[in-house]
Ligand binder design. Structure first.
Ligand code: SF4
Length: 451
């Protein structure tokens, strides 16, 4: 990385999986808004559904997700019962939508659910919301907890895409993050999923982990490519122990420094691209012909709470503790507190606790940021026209970006802004110029570093 960019890479910036970001959510928007907005979903429009499963067999020290170890199945079983009730609550509120186009199970580990509970939940969602015939059902998988029964349950339920949490293959790093999973286990998992007819495979890899080296990340990237993985997501470890308490088990001194992190990110990308993958947005790679690579090329890539997606739906219903729902009118997040979540559902109310309504020019800024994060370029005048406002409404954002242009992070011609390939890793820094909620001088550590 260019030496003069190091200060940008160090700054804390949002991941922009939404705009406004979750930091701006507040309690003034909650269940009443969720209910109103669900009722206003446009007739015939497809929707997406996300189900959060906040359980794992064991905690990885790097994890920043909302999850816990249940100590027995009773807690999970109770959670599933409440999920069924939440499905019914939302389905009563929703307007005449056009069925579910994307159903995504995330966590935590969705394969913490028993085979019969998983099948039962998918069946209920299908009955309550109607799955479209072309629906994609995607599930995040922890290879350490995937039994043959669970694979059969995924297949019976019509799961078409599995995302495997791999992160690293290096034994010394696996030990340092409390996630030991031998390479053979991942190979067998992949083979079994494919045999069961689940052909679309994603893998998550990480860099910046304790004791991790460039050689370690290259080994993992080569492995992902050699296994014919369709999409690879590469995330930098974000050390935020003040937010994710179990990260306190990771000693800051064992983490690679900023320059080393950048070398690791660069090495993963170079390895995957040498193997034929295309770079997608900030942190994804896809094989040519994969739907995500095709969508990116055609300018149809989208960004939502799950990251990059080919899902064009405006409405996303989030089920389970901490899940976020998106509507044309704004976002709402379910409470993370188990008792509060259960109590709301038991009383017949949606468990939404906080959120934000999109006001003023939020949608304008959201669209510009999404375009930058997906395409590394934005035509500000075209975005203004699309939103029905005067072409100069994003001029202040372009003006903020001029400082970055002087540093080589972007190029501005008229009202068109482009991020050069070598500054791809710093796209969030450029996108931040279009964020009307963050004062330019605010670098408080509420977000992860840019690289
Ligand atoms: S990284 Fe995944 S498997 Fe590990 S604790 Fe977090 S959610 Fe669970």
């Amino acid at each position: 990385m260019r030496q003069d960019w190091l200060s940008f890479a160090q700054a804390a910036v949002p991941r922009y999986t939404s705009y406004p970001t979750a930091v701006q959510f507040h309690n003034g928007v909650a269940a009443a808004e969720a209910s109103d907005w669900a009722g206003m979903v446009r007739p015939g429009k497809p929707i997406s559904v996300y189900v959060h499963v906040p359980f794992c067999e064991q905690l990885c020290w790097y994890c920043g997700c909302h999850t816990s170890v249940p100590n027995g199945y009773e807690r999970i079983s109770r959670y599933v019962d409440f999920l069924h009730q939440e499905v019914d609550l939302w389905s009563r509120q929703l307007g005449a939508h056009g069925g579910v186009k994307h159903l995504h199970f995330g966590g935590g580990s969705p394969n913490a659910l028993s085979a019969s509970d998983f099948v039962g939940l998918v069946n209920h969602i299908e009955a309550a919301f109607t799955l479209r015939p072309d629906a994609e059902i995607a599930v995040e998988i922890d290879p350490r907890a995937l039994t043959p029964e669970r694979i059969a349950a995924l297949a019976i339920s019509g799961v078409s895409r599995a995302s495997l949490g791999v992160q690293t293959l290096a034994p010394h790093v696996q030990k340092a993050i409390n996630r030991v999973q031998p390479q053979e286990m991942i190979e067998t998992t992949l083979e079994d999923l494919r045999k069961a007819g689940i052909g679309a495979i994603n893998m998550d890899l990480m860099y910046g982990l304790p004791q991790q080296t460039v050689e370690d990340v290259v080994e993992a990237a080569r492995f992902a490519a050699s296994m014919g993985t369709d999409r690879v997501a590469v995330f930098g470890y974000a050390h935020v122990p003040w937010f994710a308490k179990h990260q306190r088990a990771i000693e800051a001194e064992t983490l690679p420094g900023l320059v080393e992190r950048f070398h690791q990110a660069e090495a993963v990308g170079a390895t995957l691209m040498a193997a034929g993958y295309s770079a997608i947005g900030l942190d994804h790679f896809a094989r040519p012909g994969d739907e995500m690579a095709v969508a990116a090329k055609a300018g149809r890539l989208r960004r939502n709470f799950q990251g990059y997606t080919t899902d064009p739906c405006e409405t996303l219903i989030g089920l389970g503790q901490s899940s976020i729902s998106a509507f044309h009118e704004g976002y709402v997040q379910n409470t993370k507190d188990r008792r509060a979540w259960e109590a709301a559902i038991a009383s017949g109310a949606l468990p939404s606790e906080r959120g934000i309504d999109l006001v003023g020019e939020d949608r304008l800024h959201a669209r510009a940021i999404e375009m930058l994060m997906c395409n590394l370029a934005v035509d500000a005048a075209a975005v203004c026209r699309e939103m029905g406002v005067s072409e100069d409404r994003l001029d202040a954002s372009l003006e903020r970006a001029r400082l970055l242009e002087a540093a080589g992070l972007c190029v501005i011609r008229g009202r068109q802004l482009e991020i050069p390939e070598e500054a791809r890793a710093l796209m969030r820094t450029v996108a931040r110029c279009f964020d009307a909620y963050v004062p330019a001088e605010d670098d408080a550590p509420r977000h992860a570093k840019a690289v």
